[in-house]
Design a protein around this ligand. Structure first.
Ligand SMILES: [Zn+2]
Ligand SMILES: [Zn+2]
Length: 602
């Protein structure tokens, strides 16, 4: 299967695709996958919650997750534990050439509270396969308490070896699927003394220890249970979901715990070395890693349509770029370091992801625009910071407010100066400001609508027609990037590589006014999400997956749909109520994103 977008399609529960499993949920729950029961992929993934962890030798925000899937067990043409574990060992030791003596495995301990037994089946399959290779494969319980005791296979509880979207079994909602997993670890060896030199040195080392000696390189989830009102019951369709980070697997193959040295990232580090005159390693390693990770992630986010803004996905992207810039400044990288790093990312990935090449211009322009915007402010902010003898929480807030320097960066800079900042004071200032701006904007937004006045409702239905017309005139790449409706006008943002021509604008207006004058019915229906998707409904929607969604359809006279959108409403009942539609402005919001403002006359 090709990789899904980093921006989840019609899933408002999460901002980004963070694992290979996310786009597969409907199929794990029983929907038929068009490509069959046995599948494999490499899924682009981004985890914004890991931004602050980047800087050590193994965390990244962006990564590729290799996956293999069985949607249903033997009965349905799929496979389950025995095949999966056998193939995995073959993949690791045969295809990748990893030494089996340095691989370790974990299995679910079981839990009486939720009445799920220990996964002895998986433990015994590993044991038998390893013993057949002449490798000692003792099964050990409680290594986290007692140490590894020459074991090879270890039982852990649900915090380590249970998988569901919601996390622990107790956090899963009724209806949610989940199951035990078995994970595989690479041992970088006792010789590096990673444990002895870590903060965990007083505790016994074990495969799930955070010292870095053992690296998790893959996770086989056996989706075999579903939570019900009465507790856990076997799932009608048993599934296998394997996920393994490509970067980590490569680090194991290199037998090098620093994943920033793999071929997918090392060239970025080299560009930064050239541009800063510094050598990767020591105290500077952290800055190199943050910049390389953040720029790599930014390129992929922009290629999936994210642009830097002040909220949601756009904010995360902005934070990545600004953070990279701050660290570049600290590292002393100068000149065209950003452009060169961006180009290098594209060079590394263009073969696997040709869209990076086709969107080269938009990606470069978006990222370099943000650099231009923030660059001067940043320099002034850093000069301001240098003037401080001590740094108060209010100073930190002012740096954030006036120069866009985030708290964590001010904190890091202060640490270098050897001073502490009062976090409480920063937050008090922050909250004061937030309350002020909230009061100022109260009432201007409600799901993009200013209010439910009659004019706003008419403009709302007109906006649905506008999107339908844009799809017809410009093509299928049009989708809503943002919308805001007041009593004066509607505003609609969408991706389009060029400015619209006067002819295109005229065609869109004519289409919309045509539909208005035909007096078409606007129909509201509630239906399961799957059904809505089948019908081809478009748009953003605020309801969770598998919930019932509300869909507004504007019906043509021949019974086909002019427009069908996920939407909470409200709308007029007939397009004749809208009035005359006119586009008042068409302009750029950012590279590749256009904005239309339109009005209606009575
Ligand atoms: Zn350890
Ligand atoms: Zn709507």
């Amino acid at each position: 299967m090709p990789s899904a977008s980093l921006v989840p399609e019609n899933d408002s529960t999460t901002l980004f695709t963070g694992s290979g499993m996310q786009p597969m949920i409907p199929f794990l729950l029983g929907a038929k996958h068009p490509q069959g029961v046995r599948l494999a992929d490499s899924q682009k993934s981004f985890r914004s919650q890991d931004i602050d962890e980047v800087g050590d030798n193994r965390h990244t925000t962006f990564f590729e997750m290799l996956g293999n899937w069985s949607l249903g067990d033997e009965k349905n043409g799929g496979y389950f534990k025995k095949e999966q574990i056998e193939w995995m060992l073959q993949f690791l030791t045969g295809e990748l050439g990893l030494d089996a003596n340095r691989l370790y495995f974990t299995v679910f301990r079981g839990s009486p509270e939720i009445n799920i037994p220990r996964d002895e089946e998986s433990a015994l399959i590993w044991q038998e396969l390893l013993q057949a290779k002449g490798i000692s494969a003792k099964i050990i319980d409680f290594a986290e308490r007692d140490g590894m005791g020459q074991g090879r296979i270890f039982y852990y509880d649900q915090t380590k070896n249970w998988w569901s979207r919601a996390g622990l079994p107790s956090q899963m909602p009724v209806g949610e699927p989940g199951g035990p997993d078995t994970e595989m670890f690479w041992d970088f060896g006792a010789g590096l003394k990673l444990h002895e030199n870590s903060e965990f040195k007083s505790q016994p080392c074990h495969v799930n220890c955070d010292c870095g000696r053992f690296l998790e390189i893959g996770n086989n989830v056996f989706m075999q249970y579903q939570k019900t009102e009465k507790g856990f019951e076997p799932l009608a369709q048993k599934n296998v979901d394997f996920g393994g980070g490509l970067e980590r697997i490569a680090a194991a193959v290199n037998d090098q715990p620093d994943i920033f040295k793999i071929d997918l990232i090392a060239p970025l580090i080299r560009v930064l070395e050239q541009k800063s005159g510094k050598t990767y390693g020591g105290a500077d390693a952290r800055a190199f890693r943050i910049i390389a990770d953040h720029i790599r992630a930014a390129v992929f986010l922009v290629s999936d349509g994210v642009t830097p803004t002040n909220k949601d996905r756009g904010y995360v992207l902005r934070r990545l770029l600004r953070r990279a810039m701050v660290y570049a400044q600290l590292l002393g990288a100068s000149g065209d370091w950003m452009q060169r790093t961006v180009e290098e990312v594209m060079k590394i990935y263009s073969q696997a992801y040709p869209e990076l090449q086709t969107q080269k211009q938009i990606i470069e322009q978006t990222i370099l625009d943000e650099q231009k915007k923030f660059g001067q402010t940043l320099e002034r902010g850093l000069r301001e910071f240098d003037k401080f003898q001590t740094v108060s929480g209010t100073d930190a807030f002012n740096l954030f407010q006036s120069f866009g320097i985030p708290w964590e960066i001010t904190q890091e800079l202060a640490e270098k100066k050897g001073v502490k900042i009062n976090r409480q004071e920063f937050e008090t200032e922050f909250k004061k400001h937030q309350d002020l701006s909230r009061t100022a904007s109260a009432g201007t937004f409600k799901g993009g609508l200013a209010d439910h006045s009659e004019k706003v409702v008419r403009l709302h239905t007109a906006t649905h027609l506008l999107q339908a017309a844009l799809l017809k005139v410009l093509g299928n790449h049009v989708q809503q990037r943002g919308s805001n409706i007041t009593a004066e006008r509607t505003r609609f943002d969408f991706p389009n590589p060029q400015k619209m021509t006067p002819e295109q604008i005229k065609s869109v207006e004519d289409l919309v006014n045509g539909w208005i004058s035909q007096g078409l019915e606007v129909k509201k229906e509630s239906m399961p999400l799957e059904k809505a998707r089948e019908l081809g409904a478009i748009g953003l929607f605020g309801e969770k997956y598998s919930d019932v969604v509300s869909v507004y359809t504007i019906m043509a006279k021949d019974g086909s749909a002019v427009s069908r959108e996920f939407c909470g409403g409200p709308h007029v009942q007939n397009t004749a109520e809208i009035g005359k539609f006119k586009i008042s402005k068409e302009e750029a919001v950012s590279a590749g994103v256009r904005r239309i403002k339109a009005t209606i006359e009575p």
